[in-house]
Ligand binder design. Structure first.
Ligand SMILES: Nc1ncnc2c1ncn2[C@@H]1O[C@H](COP(=O)(O)OP(=O)(O)OP(=O)(O)O)[C@@H](O)[C@H]1O
Ligand SMILES: [Mg+2]
Length: 322
């Protein structure tokens, strides 16, 4: 015969409460259950120790897609590395890997950001060293379809580990929109580069991103501010003069941000991306030079804006419509 008291694996609480019919035991059971609950509530939860970030975390973000975030992340990361900084650029666009192509390292991707977070490889195994700069590394996005593959704790660990490893800047290339990937790309940021095209829809979506930067980031939760910079790209002075595009002043007034750079619309951007050579390295390109200026401003230098006025056409160009 088996009785409850003979059962070696029953704990006292379940023993008592498993006998609810007993008028004597019921209050005792309740008291024990309350005491147990109180003990659990009073026990200090394992405190989450916030890791100190030694690297400066920059997020390159926008509301609208396809405005030039990945182009900008690649150029800013290269520009900072060219200035001697140790830099890691991370692709947060789970499912749509792109940064490795623009950085020209797509054939060398073995492990990615999600593999690191899931413990399938070490951070060092996943970091791809740039061929041009010894102090520049790329962490590629995963091509998994699981949009929940990135976790906040996982991202925090990678960013903190990079800082402990001597990285000075971490550039986070955000996916478009305001979904989880975009949220995680901005959550730990110290600074944000908000990429905007001079058109109404891009500006309006960026305004929503500014709202998120002010409320849904670790800094915001601590009552601190993420330093925000405006980077206007695909800017065409001639079209602004014709009234087809918003001007720098218009965008600045709507968003209320300080301008870190204005990158002209330039065909060599696409050529550079296709050849895996970020446009900042194209010394002749106006877009490349404008990115170089933006990096200098990020590092605290004061530089005038360039390439923001339409070139005056010469007599022959006007005559022949060139
Ligand atoms: N200054 C520029 N002049 C001309 N084309 C540009 C410029 N900047 C970006 N582009 C082009 O715009 C397109 C989108 O750029 P990119 O992939 O960097 O945008 P994105 O914001 O990262 O897009 P997504 O939201 O899909 O991640 C590319 O074809 C790129 O070559
Ligand atoms: Mg992109």
């Amino acid at each position: 015969m088996t009785t409850e008291t003979e059962s070696p694996i029953m704990d006292p609480i379940s023993q008592v409460s498993s006998n609810p019919g007993s008028p004597v035991d019921a209050p005792v059971a309740e008291a024990i259950a309350h005491a147990a609950e109180a003990a659990v509530a009073a026990a200090p939860a394992a405190p989450k120790v916030e890791r100190k970030f030694l690297a400066e975390v920059l997020v390159v973000t926008s509301g609208k897609g396809g405005v030039g975030k990945t182009t900008t992340s690649a150029s800013i990361a290269c520009g900072l590395a060219r200035q001697g900084k140790k830099v890691c650029v991370i692709d947060f666009d789970v499912g749509l890997r792109n940064l490795d192509l623009i950085m020209g390292c797509e054939r060398r991707v073995v492990y990615d950001f999600v593999n690191v977070i899931h413990g399938e490889c070490t951070l060092r195994q996943a970091l791809i060293k740039d061929k041009r700069f010894d102090n520049l590394y790329v962490l590629a996005a995963s091509q998994t379809r699981d949009k929940d593959a990135l976790t906040k704790d996982g991202v925090e660990k990678v960013l903190a580990d990079l800082g402990d490893d001597g990285f000075q800047y971490i550039v986070c290339d955000s996916p478009a929109g305001i979904e989880k990937g975009a949220f995680l790309a901005m959550y730990f940021a110290d600074r944000a580069i908000v990429v905007v095209n001079p058109e109404v829809s891009s500006v309006r979506d960026s305004d929503r991103i500014l709202g998120l930067l002010a409320s849904k980031t670790r800094r915001a939760e601590k009552g601190q501010k993420v330093k925000e910079h405006l980077l206007l790209t695909r800017y065409s002075p001639a079209r602004v003069e014709k009234g087809d595009m918003l001007s720098i002043k218009d965008v600045q007034e709507i968003l209320g941000l300080e301008v870190i750079g204005v990158i002209p619309e330039a065909p060599e951007v696409l050529q550079s991306s296709n050849s895996g050579e970020p446009v900042i390295l194209a010394a002749e390109s106006h877009a490349g030079q404008a990115y170089t200026d933006a990096v200098a401003r990020l590092l605290g230098e004061k530089r005038e804006l360039r390439f923001t006025t339409a070139e005056k056409k010469g007599f022959f160009a006007k005559l022949f419509g060139g």
